[in-house]
Write a protein that binds this ligand. Structure first.
Ligand SMILES: Nc1nc2c(ncn2[C@@H]2O[C@H](COP(=O)(O)OP(=O)(O)OP(=O)(O)O)[C@@H](O)[C@H]2O)c(=O)[nH]1
Ligand SMILES: [Mg+2]
Length: 457
């Protein structure tokens, strides 16, 4: 769906399951749009005849949802909200039903038969944005909340949802407007030889505002402590040198190393400093891949799989001697995977296959600095779209640019620049700030939200 399709589709009534897929105790089918009450009314039998969906202004009604002409009915609770007092700002109906995928499918299907259209990913939230019910920062936080991986990420997303950032931005907006106003009033009389009165306190107010905004940027930084320490997971066959590399890279980790395959079983954690990367990362050592089927191997395998799901980056370790012997690379590397070859001390440079660039020796420490740099680079460029880390970075960058424009305006005032130039900087500041809250249905915004949200949110 592109921006114009989205806008054209605003009159449609949309429907989607907004609970997690699969079997659960309850599922929710959500409708939004002018025909939502009408559509649900058609299939809904209230327990009390006064509480039909059509007659209800707002509130809950219990009854049965009739699954087509056969007359089969399932018990449901229906929540009715009317424009503009709903999440989307439109008439909205939620059907809470027993959580079986088959029921969800049938209910959705019946709603579609009465004219509802399946919602696109994030379309409910986009409607909330365009009806002015939520600002962009909070909408993005909904997406970040859904994909939060730990408590820190959850807390950070909830913080934005609760409006801390939005309030700061709204205050900044007002302050800029109030400084702009007297400047712009002056423009109207500029041909009448009237001196434009610039309030004495404009410079200190602008400086204070820039400081506040930079404070918000610092907050953004505090919001991603867990992902300021991204996780890198060592994987590879037994005996490849993973634990030796773990010991060489971390300054607080200590793993057992032995010539026997299958030494490591647990997942071990250590801290690694990365060149070119603002922070430290957590390095995790795991059991070698390719297990033998014993109970401990199965457990070690399960632990590694679980850790891999949470990791930001996989560091695939291969014994370089195998490459030198002409072994082919086992498989393609994923986007969040880096490959490294150990035993560089035993493989002369001339015997190394050209395509494999990263070689280290855990014995002589050759290549470790390059590896750190490569890890730092990979983490810097990698960002899960729509995650709290991703949106905080975007927010941080917009807030910094706003502060810079305000500081330019303050310097301009001190240097006695013309009011027009100062006003231009302040307008620029307002424009950048609107990127945090803005409701312009730009293609970029739509693509961003739709690609990071799921259907039903
Ligand atoms: N010469 C040399 N020996 C290495 C290097 N890296 C590891 N080794 C040796 O290789 C053997 C296996 O190393 P480990 O670090 O235990 O390998 P691992 O991948 O952790 O093995 P598992 O835990 O069994 O999966 C040990 O005897 C290490 O001393 C290296 O770069 N050069
Ligand atoms: Mg090991």
């Amino acid at each position: 769906m592109d921006a114009s399709e989205f806008v054209r589709g605003l009159g449609d009534t949309i429907v989607a399951a907004s609970s997690a897929p699969g079997i659960g105790s309850r599922a929710i089918v959500r409708l939004s749009g002018p025909r939502a009450p009408e559509i649900v009314h058609r299939w809904y039998l209230p327990a009390s005849t006064e509480r039909t969906v059509r007659s209800l202004r707002r509130g809950v009604t219990r009854g049965q949802f009739v699954l087509g002409r056969s007359g089969t009915a399932i018990p449901v609770m229906v929540l009715v909200m009317r424009a503009p007092s709903s999440y989307t700002g439109e008439d909205q109906v939620e059907i809470h039903l027993p959580g079986h995928p088959r029921f969800v499918e049938m209910v959705q299907d019946l709603c579609e038969r009465r004219g509802a259209r399946p919602a696109a990913p994030g379309e409910f939230s986009l409607r909330a944005l365009f009806h002015g019910k939520r600002d962009l920062a909070r909408i993005e936080a909904v997406g970040a909340l859904i994909q939060a991986r730990d408590r820190d990420e959850l807390r950070a997303a909830i913080d934005i949802l609760e409006g801390r950032l939005s309030r700061g931005v709204a205050r900044a907006n007002e302050e800029i407007q109030s400084i702009l106003q007297p400047l712009e009033l002056g423009f109207d009389f500029s041909d009448q030889d009237i001196e434009i009165e610039i309030p004495d306190d404009a410079v200190p107010r602008l400086v204070a505002l820039a400081t506040t905004l930079r404070g918000l940027v610092a907050d953004q930084g505090r919001w991603r402590p867990s992902r300021a320490r991204p996780q890198i997971l060592l994987v590879g066959p037994p005996n490849a040198g993973k634990s030796s590399l773990f010991n060489a890279l971390t300054h607080d980790g200590s793993a057992l190393v032995s010539p026997h395959a299958g030494t490591t079983r647990d997942v071990l954690e250590g801290t690694v400093d990365l060149e070119g990367f603002r922070a430290q990362a957590t390095l995790l050592d795991t059991a070698g891949e390719g297990f033998l089927g014993g109970e401990a191997d199965d457990l070690a395998h399960a632990l590694r799989v679980r850790a891999a799901a949470k990791a930001d980056l996989l560091l695939r370790v291969t014994d370089g001697r195998r490459m030198a012997e002409g072994a082919s690379r086992s498989r393609r590397r994923g986007a969040n995977e880096i490959e490294v070859f150990t035993h560089a001390d035993l493989v002369p440079a001339s015997a190394r296959p050209e395509s494999s660039s990263l070689w280290v020796s855990n014995t002589t420490k050759e290549g470790l600095a390059e590896l750190r740099a490569a890890l730092g680079e990979a983490l810097r460029t990698m960002n899960r779209p729509g995650s709290i880390g991703d949106i905080s970075r975007r927010h941080g960058s917009l807030l910094t640019q706003t502060a810079q424009a305000i500081e330019r305006a303050a310097r301009g005032l001190e240097d006695g620049l013309g009011a027009e130039l100062i006003a231009a900087d302040l307008h620029e500041a307002l424009r950048i700030l609107s990127g945090l809250t803005g409701a312009e249905p730009t293609q970029e915004l739509l693509t961003r939200i739709m690609s990071t949200f799921c259907v039903g949110k």
